[in-house]
Ligand binder design. Structure first.
Ligand code: RB5
Length: 141
């Protein structure tokens, strides 16, 4: 799968770790930054990942300190369903019920091991469709 990923400085280290893991799992990863631990604003990184996902990239990952800023910024576009997940349960349900196309993580909230489990669960889970299709339609049109 091709995955587009970005973070601000708060998620810089976790992003590097997750990219290594995604490569081990044979995914293609496009890293849109940031490329150093220097302080940056998160909205342009959220926007860059959103544009790639809207353009057809299968999955996006956004990381900041809490994951909150990235998820708020990403969800401004009606075609984006960005889910801030803190555990494997919310990761799985965000795919099954919400068909999330971007996963948001808070690097200061979850440790690297938990983050890895969240990402792997999120990527492995399919949208369930059915009654959830209409619910998603109601906020997408
Ligand atoms: C940066 O300090 C922090 O505000 C940012 O990473 C994020 O948590 C914002 O929501």
């Amino acid at each position: 799968m091709t995955i587009v990923i970005a973070s601000d400085h708060g998620g810089f280290e976790l992003k590097a770790m997750l990219i290594k893991r995604l490569h081990q799992l044979r995914h293609l990863v496009e890293d849109l930054g940031c490329h150093s631990p220097d302080s940056v604003d998160y909205p342009p990184y959220a926007e860059a990942v959103c544009q790639k996902v809207i353009g057809g990239c299968e999955a996006g990952i956004l990381i900041c300190g809490t994951g909150i800023g990235m998820s708020i910024a990403a969800n401004r576009d009606r075609r984006i369903r960005a889910a801030l997940c803190h555990d494997e349960y919310t990761a799985r349900l965000s795919r099954e019920h919400n068909n999330a196309n971007i996963l948001c993580l808070g690097a200061r909230v979850v440790g690297p091991g938990v983050a890895e489990g969240i990402v792997e669960t999120w990527l492995a889970t399919e949208f369930a469709g059915g009654r959830h299709l209409e619910r998603i339609r109601q906020f997408s049109d």
